[in-house]
Design a protein. Structure first.
Length: 282
């Protein structure tokens, strides 16, 4: 498999998004046993990726599984932006540290819902300043924790939470858990990301159905030269809170969904697990 991702990525939001998508795609390729063994993967616009194999061309659209908070008045976009900035700062702080940062890591941080009201109220210059100080402070603490808990072996994952003495002593009050995975030999670049608040509706038939419907509407505008169109729905496993219902989740993954795509896959990026959903082709 040839992957065309040797492009210099500047620091614009669009290019950061492309870089992030490349990293997720590379992790998916390593995790999905049925991914074509021969071919060339390239970045596209609609869909996000094109896979050219000797026998066919496959378009892959990558999307996040969207969750709705129970408190509907909460500003979810502001919350996500805040946490994404924290993770960008944390990765930057780690890369500037004295630790050997050449070791590629997947770092998944689950933040407490207690941070949510503070983010939502950042609507004045004074509160914005406080929010920035909070971002920087959290980022440095995350970078320090990662530096002190580096998995040595490829595929090894460390979980830092309050069940361990280290986590109980070092985790900031706004962070519930940090998962650090060594992906050397699998990825060339780091992937640092945040879980949104734990007060969300869990994985369900409804949440998957809605995501498929949203993407089905845009399929007509995708590359018409593709023989197959795949939808890759990325799920952050750490979104599953104490309210997580394993029975409902199992039903969601076994359900048969109406879809215009040829394949619909759920990718749990925290555990590098891929589930191909059953679909009713429309």
């Amino acid at each position: 498999m040839t992957i065309d991702n040797n492009v210099q990525i500047p620091s614009t939001n669009s290019e950061k998004k492309d870089r992030r998508e490349w990293t997720v795609m590379n992790l998916f390729i390593q995790s999905y046993q049925n991914f074509p063994a021969r071919g060339e993967v390239s970045k596209s616009e609609r869909p996000d990726f094109i896979v050219d194999t000797p026998s066919k061309r496959i378009g892959i659209e990558l999307t996040e599984l969207k969750y709705d908070r129970e408190d509907s008045e909460f500003n979810m976009r502001a919350h996500e932006d805040f946490l994404n900035q924290v993770m960008c700062y944390a990765e930057s702080a780690y890369l500037k540290s004295e630790i050997d940062s050449s070791l590629p890591l997947v770092v998944d941080v689950r933040f407490s819902e207690r941070i949510s009201p503070l983010v939502a109220q950042c609507d004045s210059r004074d509160s914005e300043k406080k929010a920035e100080l909070m971002r920087l402070g959290l980022a440095q603490e995350i970078a320090n924790i990662v530096s002190e808990n580096l998995p040595v072996a490829t595929g090894k994952q460390y979980i830092v939470d309050r069940t361990s003495k280290y986590g109980d002593m070092h985790l900031p009050s706004f962070i519930e858990k940090i998962a650090i995975t060594n992906v050397s030999g699998l990825l060339k670049e780091h992937l640092w990301y945040a879980s949104i608040s734990t007060r969300v509706k869990p994985l369900s038939i409804q949440s998957i159905s809605q995501r498929i419907k949203d993407k089905d509407k845009k399929l007509e505008g995708y590359d018409t030269g593709c023989d197959e169109q795949w939808l890759l729905i990325v799920q952050n496993s750490f979104l599953m809170s104490a309210k997580f219902d394993p029975i409902a989740a199992n039903k969601a993954l076994k359900h048969k969904y109406p879809a215009k795509f040829d394949r619909v896959l759920i990718f749990e990026r925290s555990h590098a697990k891929v589930t191909e959903l059953k679909i009713l082709k429309e």
